[in-house]
Design a protein around this ligand. Structure first.
Ligand SMILES: [Zn+2]
Length: 261
């Protein structure tokens, strides 16, 4: 299995990352896409990917400016991102980027400028974008549709930590997005999310942890880690009336296609 969205550079893993990846492998998770969220984290992310390049694990990177960091966005920063992503085959995606109107740590126009730059880089380098979307579903989908209209090219991206409505999911699927599913599908209060997840197209669902954040039910309040994906898989199997093995196989195939692995 592949954890398509994790933050392995975060200090939470500084002391025991080797053991964390070993536990993941023991649970059947051997591929990781670790997300670099700002310029300093990009360097740490590339160092980490390099460090594990000779390991039994397949660690890949996605680089982007998190919407909560978008206050520092400039065209020069986008150019730095473009160069890093272009020159490094282990960078398989661009992001996370997007709109966060929940925390709203950054002005909306800055978040939009940053999102648009990420979409351009993604299209130019033929690497999918990774979207973070919080309380901004309409604005995000409108922006993606406008981008597709302008460029005339098909979009390829992942809606990370998907948690929107059935109608938004349908529009996102039509736009060419994959859906990153994580511990939130296991939370007792999230019946509405589970109902939507039950109907997502089978060829578009991906596994992710977003670790160290969003631990599945059973580990809430603790550090999340990739080995806990088995809980997400079990829940998805239940929701979608299939077996954990089938979910594992399906999502690994999808990840291979989404990220051209
Ligand atoms: Zn993330």
């Amino acid at each position: 299995m592949i954890d398509t969205h994790c933050h392995l550079t975060y200090p939470d893993f500084a002391g025991d990352l080797g053991a964390v990846l070993q536990r993941a492998a023991d649970a059947g998770v051997t591929g990781f896409i670790t997300i670099g969220t700002d310029p300093e984290d990009w360097r740490h992310t590339l160092d980490l990917v390099e460090r594990f390049s000779a390991s039994p694990y397949t660690v890949r990177a996605s680089l982007g400016l998190h919407p909560n960091e978008a206050a520092i966005f400039t065209p020069a920063l986008a150019e730095e991102l473009r160069k890093l992503a272009r020159s490094n085959p282990r960078v398989v995606a661009i992001g996370e980027t997007g709109l966060d109107f929940f925390r709203e740590q950054c002005p909306r126009d800055k978040q939009l400028d940053s999102l648009r730059a990420h979409l351009r880089i993604s299209a130019e380098l033929h690497k999918p974008f990774v979207l973070h979307c919080r309380d901004a579903e309409e604005e995000t989908l409108a922006e993606l549709a406008a981008f597709r209209e302008r460029t005339g090219a098909p979009l390829k991206g992942v809606w990370h930590c998907f948690g929107a409505s059935q109608a938004h999911a349908a529009r996102a699927a039509e736009l060419g997005l994959y859906f990153g599913l994580n511990g939130t599908v296991t939370y007792p209060k999230n019946d509405a999310l589970r109902a939507v997840v039950a109907t997502l197209p089978a060829d578009r669902i991906l596994l992710e942890t977003d670790c160290p954040f969003l631990p599945p039910q059973g580990w809430r309040g603790k550090r999340n880690e990739p080995s806990y994906l088995t809980k997400v898989v079990a829940t998805l199997a239940e929701i979608r009336h299939t077996s954990p093995d089938d979910i594992a196989r399906l999502t690994t195939d999808n990840a291979g296609r989404a990220f051209a692995l």
